[in-house]
Design a protein around this ligand. Structure first.
Ligand code: ZN
Length: 178
């Protein structure tokens, strides 16, 4: 399962909702996130709306294979866009072992380009759920994460002051002005 969308679209919110339901069903779950995302907390995944769940921070996707225990039934991965292509093999392995894998991540970077392994994960998924934010300029549904600053590295961990969600029209307008 892949949950994707722009910043502020509620991806992590939706991931945590699914995690909570797994816990209610008393299934064993392990949650991972890349160490690169230390915005709020080193060991929790936290949505902008502040719901949290404990996550194991990992340097790269390969580490996940080593850490998943045999009796784990569900594996959740947040901020999956930051992993390299190895995450594809790791997810394939887990699914082949009969585990349910739930992934959340940004589908596009701040330039509107598919982000890291997300397009492949979306292609492989049984189920893709695309969350949409609200455009900060016009109030329509938003798909794009507009970077407010002029920094040009792809990975820049976002909080409210760095990114804003925009619809396609407003995003195009803002990018033209840059
Ligand atoms: Zn708009």
């Amino acid at each position: 399962e892949v949950i994707c969308g722009s910043s502020f679209s509620g991806k992590t919110e939706e991931l945590i909702r699914r995690i909570n339901r797994v816990k209610i069903a008393k299934r064993k779950i392990q949650i991972f996130k890349p160490t690169i995302d230390s915005r709020y907390s080193k060991t929790d995944i936290v949505s902008h709306a502040n719901s949290t769940s404990e996550a194991i921070p990992v340097q790269n996707a390969r580490v996940i294979s080593n850490l998943v225990e045999a009796d784990t039934e569900v594996v959740a991965i947040d901020e999956a866009q930051f992993f390299d292509v190895n995450v594809l093999d790791v997810v394939r392995e887990l699914v082949d072992q009969g585990k349910r894998v739930i992934i959340a991540g940004l589908d596009m970077d701040y330039l509107g380009q598919p982000f890291g392994p997300m397009p492949d994960l979306m292609a492989m998924a049984d189920d893709v759920y695309k969350c949409r934010a609200i455009c900060m300029k016009c109030g329509h549904l938003a798909n794009f994460s507009y970077r407010i600053s002029n920094a040009s590295q792809q990975v820049m961990i976002g909080a409210k002051q760095e990114y804003m969600p925009l619809c396609r029209c407003c995003y195009a307008e803002m990018m033209q002005e840059k």
